[in-house]
Design a protein around this ligand. Structure first.
Ligand code: SF4
Length: 323
């Protein structure tokens, strides 16, 4: 791991051997699963492993590689939402006039089997070096219409408190940057990483929002909620984002459970994403018409404060539209 990035947990499963030892894969699938793992990174942290009862349960499906990932559908794309087309300098995606994405690294604590950036994320880190970061800051400084910088990746909470604090200081010094946001799965996948030291580094003058990615109520464990609370106690609002996934949360009951669990943890459900057509993800697809029916079932069932916007990221970088 490069300097300033947290190393892998010792007991994190990172290969097919580990999957077989944990009873999550059959020896007979080894060769084909090796091909999957060569193409798309694998990581299952001990916290996530403890939630998996079987490879095809709602948690297992999200993280356990499947030979079906080798099958590519005609409509799938290596860059489904057009990050590349909207990237003026390395690490920046500028899709909307008033905000930019900054991707300081491409490593994650876990690798979701449906990830829309699965072709680029991985344990090698993809960390922006100092010079690349300087170029990214200079780009943002030159774009006076940009009010919000969204740190995403990969997972920015894989950075050390020192490195994250350094990035915040540079962004906060740009006069037109009013708001910062971080997209993360760390509080769910590896809650111990959200230490008091990290929370203190995130306690900054510039308004900072954290958006937590969780797809099933069982991900919001006591430990995950406590990690979220460490951030909230620093005055950091936490929003929730989820992906509508077949076999994970594609029912009114499953989504009601997830969004209620978020509210109990003081997390405001923000977006429910339609699946992006990344390669080998067809087993997670839910048709938008069915998604709308599921959402319609939620109205009147759960509090309006628990309802996110059901959103579709159009291909090629054309941006989000509500479904
Ligand atoms: S944590 Fe986010 S970026 Fe990382 S694999 Fe999962 S969906 Fe992709």
């Amino acid at each position: 791991m490069p300097d300033g990035v947290l190393g892998p947990k010792r007991r994190t499963i990172r290969d097919v051997d580990g999957l077989i030892r944990a009873g999550l894969a059959a020896e007979t699938d080894r060769t084909r699963l090796d091909s999957v793992a060569e193409k798309y990174a694998v990581a299952i942290t001990p916290d996530i492993l403890a939630l998996i009862g079987a490879p095809d349960d709602p948690i297992g499906r999200q993280f356990v590689p499947d030979v079906a990932e080798l099958a590519l559908a005609a409509h799938e794309s290596a860059d489904p939402i057009g990050d590349e087309a909207k990237s003026p300098v390395k690490g920046i995606v500028h899709r909307y006039p008033d905000r930019v994405l900054l991707k300081p690294l491409l490593a994650c604590p876990v690798y979701c089997r449906f990830c829309f950036r699965r072709e680029v994320v991985g344990p090698d880190g993809g960390v922006l070096g100092e010079r690349e970061l300087e170029t990214a800051y200079a780009y943002i400084a030159g774009q006076t219409g940009v009010r919000e910088v969204i740190l995403t990746g990969g997972d920015p909470l894989m950075l050390s408190a020192r490195r994250l604090g350094g990035i915040f200081r540079r962004l906060a010094a740009i006069p037109h940057v009013e708001v910062l946001r971080i997209h993360t799965r760390v509080p769910v996948a590896d809650p111990q990483v959200v230490t008091d030291e990290l929370a203190a580094a995130m306690d900054i003058e510039t308004p900072l929002f954290v958006v937590l990615h969780a797809n099933h109520q069982r991900e919001l464990t006591v430990e995950a909620v406590a990690a979220v609370r460490r951030l909230q106690l620093r005055g950091i609002p936490v929003l929730g984002q989820s992906v509508l996934l077949a076999g994970v949360n594609d029912s009114t009951a499953a989504l009601a459970g997830l969004f209620r669990a978020m509210l109990r943890a003081r997390i405001k459900p923000y977006y429910l994403h339609q699946l992006d057509p990344a390669p080998g993800t067809a087993r997670f697809y839910v048709a938008p018409a069915r998604g709308r029916d599921i959402l319609a079932g939620l109205r009147g069932t759960i509090s309006g404060t628990a309802l996110p916007t059901y959103i579709w990221d159009r291909p090629g970088g054309a941006g989000k539209v509500p479904l």
